[in-house]
Design a protein around this ligand. Structure first.
Ligand SMILES: *[C@@H]1O[C@H](CO)[C@@H](O)[C@H](O)[C@H]1NC(C)=O
Ligand SMILES: *[C@@H]1O[C@H](CO)[C@@H](O)[C@H](O)[C@H]1NC(C)=O
Ligand SMILES: *[C@@H]1O[C@H](CO)[C@@H](O)[C@H](O)[C@H]1NC(C)=O
Length: 352
């Protein structure tokens, strides 16, 4: 039998524990600081914006910190920007910091070409579930030749901006999918980076694309990453095989945004404010979610595109949350009659 006293005591203790937990919990609130980059200006059209010819979008302007820092007008826009950001951080409250995230989308992968070739409807209902077709493989899609060129263009853009003293990433995070591992490699290897800002990326599981069903978004076993990219570091507790991807359920956009918020919280918490400049090499959907989390307007990147985002991070007491409804995952849509001509022509679905 239940003792009413024990029951009441249990309830009281549980209440106290919940309160204590939420008291020592804190969370981060993010917002985009606009006015420094063209991409957050509503007048900039993402469809025809070219980051390679516009210094990643850095707006030419003077800052209130220029007078003291650059009285003779000898510094570059990037140097003056870096001084301004340093000043923002120096004057921020104890629980506030400002960081610049360079978010890069991978170059074109074989799955991008295939989706265009078959059309999104047939891709989503049929082809995306296969490993590839008779001529190409798109499971954990690799970069096409065009994709490699796009990554090398990003490399050249960094090299050009380094001449203008762009502040270099102090830490590099990469999605574990091959197209991102390779894009980051082609982009940053071979740049004249100083030793204290060497390209030593950390592979982050949560930085990946929308999960499930599409084989292009299922990662290869960890042994592939270690042997192909031996200089990369895996984050702690990185699983030997893909722990997240499921063959018959696709993550919703809102669940993806919850996941990317968790990733950002982890990044911000883990280095205790040491890295003001952070590079992320990721995916269209992942970056869409990151922009949403930091309150940046939607800005669709072409394959290989890069967007810098200046973010204000405020640590607040309490558990946070309340970011809206999270939709459940969904099954692949049914193929409508006639959408997939010659169905069954694809490779067998191999599961590993
Ligand atoms: C800023 O000025 C430089 C040099 O005058 C120019 O090359 C660059 O395109 C300008 N950037 C923008 C965003 O207007
Ligand atoms: C496989 O897909 C590619 C596009 O990704 C296409 O160019 C090629 O023709 C397809 N192969 C076959 C056998 O249909
Ligand atoms: C990494 O980049 C270097 C320099 O661009 C290149 O030589 C090497 O083959 C790349 N490695 C991989 C695995 O892509």
């Amino acid at each position: 039998m239940f003792s009413p006293f024990l029951l009441a005591a249990t309830v009281v203790i549980a209440l106290f524990m919940t309160m204590a937990e939420s008291l020592c919990q804190s969370h981060y609130e993010y917002s985009t600081v606009t006015g420094y980059f063209l991409q957050d200006d509503p007048a900039t059209d993402p469809a025809d914006f070219d980051y390679t010819v516009s210094a990643f979008g850095l707006i030419n302007q003077t800052y209130d910190t220029d007078a003291e820092f650059d009285p003779k007008h000898e510094k570059t826009q990037w140097e003056r920007f870096a001084r301004k950001l340093e000043s923002l951080n120096a004057h921020a409250g104890r629980d506030t910091e400002f960081r610049l995230f360079y978010m890069g989308r991978h170059g074109e992968g074989f799955h991008n070409v295939a989706e265009q070739f078959y059309g999104t409807e047939a891709w989503d209902c049929y082809w995306s579930k296969l490993e590839g077709n008779d001529t190409v493989t798109w499971a954990d899609a690799h970069l096409t030749e065009t994709g490699k060129e796009q990554a090398l263009l990003a490399h050249d853009t960094w090299a050009a901006q380094m001449k203008n003293h762009i502040p270099l990433p102090q830490i590099y995070y990469v999605s574990p999918l091959d197209r991102c591992l390779q894009t980051a490699n082609l982009t940053f290897n071979g740049l004249p980076l100083p030793d204290n800002k060497a390209f030593k990326p950390v592979v982050k599981e949560l930085l990946r694309e929308t999960l499930g069903i599409h084989t292009c978004d299922r990662r290869s076993p960890t042994t592939h990453i270690i042997t192909t990219y031996p200089s990369y570091t895996l984050e702690p507790n990185f699983a030997p095989t893909d722990p997240l991807w499921e063959p018959d359920l696709r993550e919703s956009n809102s669940a993806r945004t919850v996941r990317l918020r968790k990733l950002l919280d982890d990044i911000v918490a883990s280095d205790g404010g040491k890295s003001t400049y952070v590079s992320l090499t990721a995916h269209s959907g992942a970056i869409t979610s990151l922009l949403e989390v930091v309150g940046h307007r939607a800005f669709k990147l072409a394959t290989g595109g890069v967007i810098p985002v200046l973010v204000r991070v405020v640590r607040k007491e309490g558990p946070g949350g309340g970011h809206g409804v999270v939709e459940p995952p969904e099954q692949a849509p049914e193929c409508k009659e006639g959408v997939v001509g010659g169905a069954g022509m694809g490779m067998e679905v191999l599961r590993n």
